[in-house]
Design a protein around this ligand. Structure first.
Ligand code: PHE
Length: 449
């Protein structure tokens, strides 16, 4: 492994807009539009939102800044980053990097399955089939679709589109696609929000989302809010670290971290504004869980004026959001393979795609033929989800917080976080040293239990 820190041959993002489009592209995904609404719905609404925002500010922004900083200072893949910057115990820290690589592959595998569902719904929406179901029949249709082989085929389609974008490289692939997809995503989201706000009874949905009712808050709610902040901001896997390694030396890290967190939260809130007024307007239950978006919403679109247009627009939104996230997960493994094994990008993409196709197919089949194949009581899909969201991501976040707060020298941290004001840098370092590791340790232990 080469150890020169001034590795100038690596690609860099071309513009500031590109930096924000790619990092927000990674953060905004199924986590915002699929998971956030059902978590909010199941955890009582407004109070959950407030807790979520609290964790984004107190833990999220510091940890994103830490990932950006470690990435940019080392200009390496994540294993190389820890190895290069650790003043001692390099192997131990490199193990922390390996953990991120493993979790990125596991997340990519199950995430692509859900992204595949969105493509099926998009095509059903475009062909008009989505609106043909009688109310409630969607439930059986969703179960039979996810249990079948079509679901495997869609997973593979997602992974192939993902590979095609990545073949373009950092600037012409990742940055260019994010630059055009993210604005499009905002436009579609805004149109869908306005439509929802115009529905009769929309105010009840807004009240549910924004009026905090702390009587429903339990320890679980707090943990779910923290876990959701982690997943939504793509923390603890290394996506923000690998993207940070492509930042120019002039990119302001703290501002970019804050912009990523604010825009990501904005999209989650907008997804809530899109979904809850519609749910309340049509008398559905906000607490439907993971099927909220795939079963309840299509029923609502079918009843809604103009539903034939809104339904495909919504699933297009979901598909776009997922693809900019899958490219960020994949880049972790690809940069690792290229830099550590010294192979060409094309080969690395092929290896990453092949592994994800195999593991992703197992995840896809966990809803059908492999439903009874359980490891420690989990289906493959649930196992990957549980392992990453509850264990590997918090662990990765804890490593990067401790590494930045306690291991690398304060002068490196200060230099990387400049030109942010001193008190902001101090607050970030304080969170990385004490608050983030403690908060994350709590999620971790409760996740285990
Ligand atoms: N943040 C993404 C989302 O909200 C998910 C993700 C997790 C992306 C980890 C990259 C790494 O959907």
């Amino acid at each position: 492994m080469k150890n020169d820190i001034n590795n100038n041959d690596r690609p860099r993002f071309a513009t500031r807009f590109g930096v924000i489009a790619t990092t927000v592209g990674s953060a905004v995904g199924l986590g915002n539009i699929w998971r956030f609404p059902y978590e909010t719905g199941a955890n009582g609404g407004g109070a959950f939102l407030l807790l979520y925002i609290f964790f984004v500010i107190v833990v999220g922004i510091p940890v994103i800044s830490a990932e950006f900083l470690v990435g940019r200072k080392s200009r390496r893949n994540i294993l190389g980053a820890y190895h290069t910057l650790a003043p001692s115990h390099r192997r131990l820290w490199a193990a922390a990097g390996s953990l991120g690589i493993i979790s990125s592959v596991l997340i990519l595998s199950f995430y692509s399955v859900v992204a595949g569902w969105t493509l099926e719904y998009l095509t059903e929406g475009v062909t008009g089939r989505l609106n043909d179901f009688a109310q409630g029949a969607r439930h059986a249709a969703f179960d039979s679709f996810t249990a079948g082989w079509a679901c495997v085929a869609w997973t593979i389609v997602v992974l192939l589109i993902n590979a095609l974008i990545l073949l373009g490289g950092v600037r012409k692939g990742i940055e260019r696609v994010s630059n055009s997809l993210m604005p499009l995503l905002f436009v579609i989201l805004l149109a869908l929000c306005i439509n929802s706000l115009l529905l009769p009874g929309a105010a009840d949905g807004l009240k549910f989302l924004f009026a905090p009712d702390f009587s429903h808050v339990t320890g679980r709610t707090v943990l779910n809010a923290m876990g959701q902040a982690f997943f939504s901001l793509s923390l603890g896997v290394g996506t923000m670290m690998i993207y940070g390694s492509y930042f120019s030396s002039k990119t302001p890290i703290v501002k970019s971290a804050a912009a990523t967190a604010v825009l990501d939260t904005m999209v989650a809130v907008m997804a809530g504004v899109l979904i809850f007024p519609a749910v309340f307007s049509f008398g559905a239950s906000p607490a439907a869980g993971p099927k909220l978006v795939f079963e309840v919403l299509p029923d609502i679109f079918a009843m809604m004026p103009g539903g034939a247009v809104w339904a495909p627009a919504f699933f297009l939104l979901l598909a776009l959001a997922s693809i900019t996230s899958t490219i960020s997960m994949s880049e972790i493994c690809i940069a690792f393979i290229c830099e550590q094994w010294g192979v060409r990008r094309r080969t690395a993409i092929a290896v990453n795609t092949l592994i994800a196709v195999c593991l992703g197919s197992l995840c896809a089949l966990s809803f059908g033929p492999l439903a009874d194949f359980k490891i420690c009581g989990f289906t493959v899909f649930n196992l990957f989800d549980f392992l990453t969201s509850n264990l590997l991501m918090p662990l990765g976040g804890m490593f990067v917080a401790i590494f930045t707060g306690h291991v690398i020298s304060r002068s490196i941290v200060d230099a990387q976080l400049a030109p942010a004001p001193r008190r902001i840098i101090n607050a970030i370092v304080f969170s990385l040293r004490y608050i983030a590791p403690t908060a994350i340790a709590i999620i971790f232990v409760s996740g285990l239990l």
